[in-house]
Design a protein around this ligand. Structure first.
Ligand SMILES: [Zn+2]
Length: 206
């Protein structure tokens, strides 16, 4: 417990732990505490924070998440249901992409793309074809290092590559475009920021 930490402790792993911030939890019956941890040797690297909710009710309702605005190692307090909603949107988005790839029209595009690749005699020629449509790595040397076979290359593509593949093989499928725009709408819902619950506690991002 933190009260036993006092001004700071050092554990066996060589980590300094200091009570950094503390304050009442949202319901007011318990507390939230932030402990700053840092390696106790000079070459040890960056500090990090360990956060805890010492309240059964609030621990059920809230959790900690990374900041979406400030990129440091502090966390912020968020509602669990908001986090779950985000995860749900991402799940739906992944499922939608899998459905799109499984569509007969998409399978046809992938088969055509593979045969177009197979027709290119050399890896250099495959690279030229793919990079014309923005489907290859920026550097040919990187592409050569990664490329195993046309089959494997095609298998590594996602639904998001279909618009470029359709251009490459000259086969525009409206139902794929419609399905991709539905996927984009789900993706946009997953981008809505998770609101921060303000605590005023030092060590948490507001
Ligand atoms: Zn509480």
């Amino acid at each position: 417990m933190l009260s036993q930490l006092g001004a700071g402790t050092r554990d066996k792993m060589g980590t300094d732990r200091d009570l950094w911030g503390t304050g009442p939890c949202p319901c007011g019956k318990g507390r939230i505490t932030v402990v700053r941890c840092s390696p106790d040797h000079p070459w040890g690297g960056n500090a990090w924070f360990e956060n805890s909710i010492e309240c059964t009710d609030c621990a059920r309702t809230y959790t900690f998440a990374e900041s979406e605005k400030i990129l440091d190692n502090r966390s912020r307090l968020v509602r669990r249901e908001d986090v779950e909603e985000r995860e749900d949107h991402l799940r739906q988005w992944r499922a939608k992409n899998a459905d799109i790839l499984a569509m007969p029209a998409a399978q046809q595009i992938l088969a055509q793309a593979q045969s177009a690749l197979d027709q290119q005699r050399s890896v250099a020629a495959k690279y030229r074809l793919l990079s014309t449509y923005g489907l290859a790595d920026a550097l040919e040397s990187t592409f050569r290092k990664r490329f195993r076979s046309s089959t494997e290359f095609i298998r590594g593509l996602g639904a998001g590559h279909l618009p470029r593949l359709m251009k490459m093989v000259g086969n525009k499928q409206p139902e794929i475009i419609a399905a991709l725009s539905e996927a984009e709408k789900i993706w946009q819902r997953a981008q809505i920021r998770i609101p921060t619950v303000k605590t005023g506690i030092q060590g948490l991002v507001e």
